[in-house]
Design a protein around this ligand. Sequence first.
Ligand SMILES: [Zn+2]
Length: 615
Amino acid sequence: MPISWHCGEPRLAVAANPQLLIPNPSSNPMRWSQTLIPTMKETPEGAEIPSHVLMLRAGLVGQVMAGAYTYLPLGLRALRKAEAIVREEMDAAGAVELLMPALTPIGLWERTGRVEAFGDVLIQFAVRRANRKVQMALGPTHEEVVTDLVAKHIASYRQMPITLYQIQTKFRNEERPRFGVLRTSEFLMKDAYSFDTSVEALGRSYEKMYAAYCRIFDRCGLSCLPVEAESGPIGGDVSHEFMVPAENGEDMVVHCSACGYAANLERAEVGAQGDERPNVAPEPVRKVDTPGASTIEQVSRFLGCRPQDMIKTLIYAADGRALAVLIRGDHEANEAKIRRAAGVQKLALAEPAMIEHVTGAPVGFAGPVGLRVKIPVWADRAIQFMANAVTGANQADAHLTGVNLDRDFQVAGLADVRNACDGDPCPRCSSKLAMRHSIEVGHVFKLGTKYSEALAARFLDENEQLHPIIMGCYGIGINRILASLIETSYDQNGILWPVALAPYEVILVPVNVMEPQTREVAERTHDALAAAGIDVLLDDRDQRAGVKFKDADLVGFPLRVVIGERGLKQGKLEVKWRWEEKSQMIDLDGAVEQLAAMVREERATGSRFNARKKA
Ligand SMILES: [Zn+2]
């Protein structure tokens, strides 16, 4: 019977088989020849980024199909270690573990309107039960299930605060699975949910989770940046993402190194510009023919002007009504900011029919001067510093030049409605913003009452008054902890694991396993280290030492111990940390105690691993 690997402690009946009775399951000793570590010399086809390449090459994972991977023994050990750190810190923060099913009834999602909100991301299907069809969804997250649970069992203020969590496989249909385990349709997630009686109490629950997240990522050897974020389809008004800056990250983080301000691209504010309108004489408005040129790029090439001299006019359907937004040609509109500035709920680029109706022209020639229908016009703040701009003429194949704000058109408001760019002013200090590619490993949200209202999770207060429960939710992508660690910690030979996540802490490499004394010392050291609670792997393969050294570096075991005839003659073993240049010789006499002490110290502090980052 298959046992799901993500449901906490294994509950196999081990008593019947004495070989399975291992006193400390985390220090399960192992010989290379008895496990499955399919390392590869070549870069596997289709693997583009270091974490994907190295996880495949080091035999941590094997691909089953696009976006689906088997965790091989070494990969699973690393994953379990990340999981254990998350579990320890959740427990320490007072959260309580439970396990909800991946299979969920579609009715729960309908009650919160998320069948529509998730769209194709929600994996759903019908199964036949007796004579009826039952529609189900594989949980992409568990707000609905947990809120329904709480609605049934929590009714009084006395039962709160409480934070429930699980470590469970999630399913989100990924249209373009890529980058190895970074973007897959099935992934292991820790999701926690807090339930409180007041906004202040929610603030305290949120702070506890935030602090636990900082400890988790620190223990995992990740340099993590908590950033302000939009809350997205989950809802709510305050949220932070925990981002690991990495060259191959798909998310952009806007960061000010002077004051520490950090936000994701969607959320990042742009500081007020000190710019003034360039001191040039205003030109008259002129209409110019631009046959077939409708994009910023085409028009700038055609007229020989720079994108930053042009105004993009975007027509949106805002709560069903037309709205024009003006953005400098080289900037990108930010829909979350537009929604907030214009005070609208639903925002989408208008359909061609609406655009043609308000501009009187085909798509691509909209401009703020001479719109056929009077609609509200919002402008990004950068528009006020433009002089003699180029805009669409609200007429096919024509643009206007010499357009100036106030003289030629008016706006309903000026606001920050664009994405921040590299070098923009920081909103908190006088310094400049920088963009950094990052990987999101965690996210914390203040949800409020969205789910408790939809699913009738209410409580009675001290005065017997009924209120909706106030919720928060908190996620961590466990697989992403491994991938982002590797993305930020490797060299030309392979992975550099911190002791906290390494599949094994120590690798023993006997130079020649056929040599009796070498073999005997290797076996004895292996058994003694395992007995001392150290995770140790013995490379007992009858291979050239060079091959074994290469594999040890590729997988990246933190501490390598070489047992060779020459050293043994002097009563010595050679010891080297994976991320340090130099090896050292230690006395065979007392070697086990010394090695165990080295590992324990590094476990406790991670200081040698962290020193590598500064080097
Ligand atoms: Zn700043």
